[in-house]
Design a protein around this ligand. Structure first.
Ligand code: ZN
Length: 407
């Protein structure tokens, strides 16, 4: 097994989460008695470039073809997209003469904000069902996996990107070098590339091991992403820290030599990553032990609650919840059901653990004693939505980075 960026041999374990099903492979009720495919979920760290990564164990078509996540179902995510579109339009002086291209454009949650300002857009989205939602909403969308070949074709057809956005997709790319090479190709000579991705530094400090799942092939520190971009003649010009996904980076890059000045944020973030140990293998080596302690603590909590005769439900049938529940071996013996707003998930069973998924109304119907918020990154939004469960005395809790009952 070799590093997908620098091709060094991968020999160092980062975190072994055991055998797990694909975390978006929700099981139909009719398939309850049929087997599921489990794959190893074992992250490695490259000793040369510090890229944390999973080997690709299933084809991208298997993993992404019916991706059930619609970005527009999260209110905070839609607001995040709108603020970005406003800021980018001003900062980069985008107009009807510009072209905004987004890779992994999902249901058009971001591009629709540019369209509303009269700026031409193109989305590239491999999940056919999600791309259709975007097209139906008027957002031109190409149903393809992005890489060098797609970029070459678009350039041949006269498309280049004045603003090229690839948010929360870098982690999902099996052939990282081909993808980043494609970004360089599609970027106009004076264009700006914007990438958002979860920051490995926050994964380490927040014990966010449940963000590791088969669909996430790579986990980037700032230092490693800078190396990857540089290898493809792209130059970092700015970086911002965001709260999304438990702590993300938004980096701005240009073709090497395109002339925009580099902001002081770049050196500042590099220095803070160095201080926190993000550039030393010793920090990576400690992580697996910290995760085992999280598992022991959350099992203790769940066992105590069940022994006390309490009924437990969970909110948010998201991929990260599935990693957590499968790793900890938590099934219907601890959690009766999970509720989720996404109608595509309701009526199905969680992969592996087979916990049933219902619409949120189920909470008021059954009045559980504890409701666990699985997407801890949306704790504020979800706990506000769920404040009504306190009416019957239920408690809200999160499990990561520590078990915490919300006040
Ligand atoms: Zn490497």
């Amino acid at each position: 097994m070799i590093c997908r960026f620098c091709a060094a041999e991968l020999t160092r374990s980062f975190l072994d989460l055991g055998m797990q099903p694909l975390s978006n492979a929700y099981v139909r009720e009719a398939d309850r008695d049929r087997p599921e495919t489990f794959y190893p979920l074992h992250a490695m760290v490259c000793e040369r470039c510090l890229l944390v990564q999973l080997p690709v164990c299933a084809s991208p078509e298997t993993i992404f073809s019916e991706y059930p996540y619609l970005s527009s179902t999260s209110a905070s995510w839609v607001a995040h997209a709108r603020r970005f579109a406003e800021a980018a339009t001003r900062r980069f002086e985008l107009s009807a003469a510009s072209h905004v291209v987004e890779i992994a454009s999902n249901d058009g949650y971001l591009l629709r904000h540019f369209l509303a300002r009269g700026i031409p857009v193109l989305g590239v989205e491999p999940a056919a069902n999600v791309a259709k939602v975007a097209r139906d909403a008027g957002v031109p969308t190409l149903t393809r996996f992005f890489g060098r070949a797609v970029a070459d074709q678009l350039v041949l057809e006269g498309t280049s990107a004045d603003l090229l956005v690839a948010n929360n997709v870098l982690a999902h790319v099996p052939d990282l070098n081909d993808f980043v090479d494609g970004l360089h190709t599609l970027l106009a000579p004076r264009g700006v590339l914007v990438l958002e991705f979860p920051h490995l530094g926050r994964l380490l400090s927040g014990r966010q091991f449940d963000t590791i799942y088969h669909e996430h092939f790579s986990y980037f520190s700032f230092g490693t992403v800078a190396r990857v971009l540089e290898a493809h003649r792209l130059e970092l010009v700015d970086v911002e820290e965001l709260d999304t996904h438990g702590g993300s980076l938004r980096v701005y890059a240009q073709r090497a030599g395109a002339g925009r000045p580099v902001t002081e944020n770049v050196a500042k973030l590099a220095a803070s990553e160095e201080r926190e140990g993000g550039r030393s293998l010793a920090r990576y080596d400690r992580f697996a032990g910290e995760v085992m302690e999280v598992k022991r603590a959350l099992l203790t909590f769940l066992i105590d609650e069940r022994r006390g005769g309490h009924r437990i439900a969970a909110y948010g049938a998201a991929a990260k919840g599935n990693t957590l529940l499968n790793y900890a071996g938590v099934r219907g013996d601890f959690i009766d059901y999970v509720v989720d707003l996404n109608p595509l998930k309701q009526g199905r069973l969680l992969p592996g653990t087979r916990i049933p998924v219902y619409a949120p109304a189920r909470l008021a119907e059954t009045r559980p004693d504890v409701v666990i918020i699985l997407p801890w990154n949306l704790e504020v939004e979800i706990s506000a939505q769920l404040s009504y469960v306190r009416d019957w005395g239920a408690r809200l809790a999160v499990l990561i980075p520590d078990v915490r009952v919300l006040p």
